[in-house]
Each structure stands twice: as C-alpha cells, then as structure tokens.
Design a protein around this ligand. Structure first.
Ligand SMILES: [Zn+2]
Length: 277
C-alpha cells in the first residue's frame, strides 16, 4: 500500500518525464477512477494540457497543469503510474500519451485509486484542507506541531499518526517503524505523550519516511516504481511484519498486536505501555 515514501518516489521518478510535457491524448477506461466526474470529460480536459510540475501532499500526488488546474491522484491500495508497459499489461485504468511519444499508464488491480481534476489553487487548497494535516517532511514539522495535533486526545498514538487529517502520508508500515524507533507503545494515548516522547516521535517519523524514500519505497505486493522496479524498504523493516523475530535493539521477540484495527508490530521490551496515572 503506497504511503508517503512510495508516492514521493513516484513523484521524483515521474517528474523528469512528465514535467513540461504536453498531454497529446488521454484515455480513462474506468468510471470509478474519476467518479463523480465522467471519464470522457476528464480525458477531454487533460488532452492538450501542459504539465508544469509534480507535487505531493501526504499520500496525494499533484500533477499541476499550466492552466492552473491540478490532477490529484491517490494510488490507494494498488495504484501504479508506469512509464513503460509491464510485460503482462493488466488492469490498465487510464493512459496519458505525451507529446514526446511516451505513454504514462495507470494500473490499479483493486480499483480504489482516484483521479480528481480540480480547477485552480483555491479549489486544491479546499480539497486538501479537509483531508491532509501536517506534512512530516516540511521543515516546520516539529514535536510542537505534533503536540498541538494530539493535545487532549485519548486515542492511541498509532491511530492519531494514521489519521491523515492530523499527519499526512503515514500508513501502517512507517507508523510501526517510527513508534519502535521512538520507543513508544502504540496504545499510549496521544495526548499523554511527554515533550521528550513527542520529540523522539517527530524525529523517528521523519527518519523512517526519509529512509523509505531513499529505498524507493517498500514493495510488499503491488508497489512499483514508474520504471516498473521494486522498492527495497521492506528489507530494512525493523519491526513491521517481523513477529517472532528478535528486536534489532534489544533482542527480545517482536510481537503482533491489533491497534486501531490494524496489524501492529512492536517490541514489548523497548515499547512499554505507561501505567495509567
Ligand atoms: Zn526491543
């Protein structure tokens, strides 16, 4: 499932190919991808448009167009943007022909991904304002912004970290990796974290996401880089998916819990649940 590092990998890999290119023709094959807009309308609006830059907010990829509009792409579970047709092309939901002869393919096996065309910056800000909170790689992302976001919240810190409206871009993998690095039990109420713990969490989130970008994301099942390659972050997981294996810090056995409805991996020795005060 693409999280911030996977989307950022797509952005960085795609931008040199898509930036400043004109879309010669667009084809949208799946009604669900652009719902509630109509596939033909979206394809017609994209045809002839020139891409300026590619941006990202949380897990949203932003394809900025020269007329001020933006194509907002969310890959959800199994979406992939590819520069070359896979050996066995399947699940192609949309295609963008570029003026240099290249074609960008959008594939999505499970069809949860979305493409939404927003008219201008104001509409884009409005769209993102209700969906994406803090941007963990922004320079102004600090333990104090986490403190403000989590203040008074009794929900488990993991649930808060996963809430895209509070912290953008973090999903199950990077939440578990960051909480382990920060030595915080995922069930700790978010509002109960000390400034020191919040500081460790802010640092750990940024470090985990940056490591993920450096590894070009994690490929567990479906994620592919635009060139069709695999990310390698899964080889660097310290706790995620490693129940029964030793903690790389203390050697105790990693266990799997369920937190916020998600499979959650922790070291029970490094990540202690604070006693209720
Ligand atoms: Zn440990």
């Amino acid at each position: 499932v693409p999280e911030l590092p996977e989307v950022e990998t797509v952005r960085r890999r795609l931008e040199p190919h898509l930036g400043e290119r004109t879309i010669a023709a667009a084809r949208v094959h799946d009604t669900r991808l652009v719902d509630p807009a109509r596939p033909d309308d979206v394809a017609a609006a994209l045809a002839g448009a020139t891409v300026t830059t590619l941006g990202r907010r949380g897990k949203y990829l932003l394809v900025h167009l020269a007329d001020g509009s933006t194509l907002v792409v969310h890959l959800r579970m199994t979406g992939n943007l590819l520069l070359a047709a896979p050996a066995t092309p399947a699940h192609i939901r949309a295609e963008l022909d570029l003026d240099d002869g290249a074609t960008v393919l959008y594939t999505d096996q499970r069809r949860f991904g979305t493409w939404r065309l927003v008219a201008d910056d104001e509409a884009l800000d409005q769209f993102l304002a209700t969906r994406v909170g803090l941007e963990p790689l922004d320079p102004d992302f600090t333990w104090r912004s986490l403190q403000t976001a989590f203040r008074g919240r009794r929900a488990p810190v993991k649930a808060l970290v996963l809430d895209q409206r509070l912290v953008g871009g973090v999903g199950n993998i990077y939440a578990d990796e960051a909480l382990h690095a920060a030595r915080i039990h995922p069930l700790t109420p978010g509002g109960a974290l000390s400034p020191a713990a919040l500081r460790r969490l802010a640092d750990a989130l940024r470090a985990a996401l940056e490591m993920g970008i450096e590894a070009q994301g994690a490929t567990i099942r479906d994620f592919r880089t635009p060139a069709g390659g695999y990310g390698s972050m899964q080889e660097r997981f310290r706790v995620f998916g490693r129940d029964g294996e030793p903690c790389p810090v203390c050697g105790k056995t990693i266990v799997k819990l369920r937190v916020a409805g998600r499979g959650t991996y922790i070291c029970p020795h490094c990540q202690r649940l604070p006693r209720p005060s």
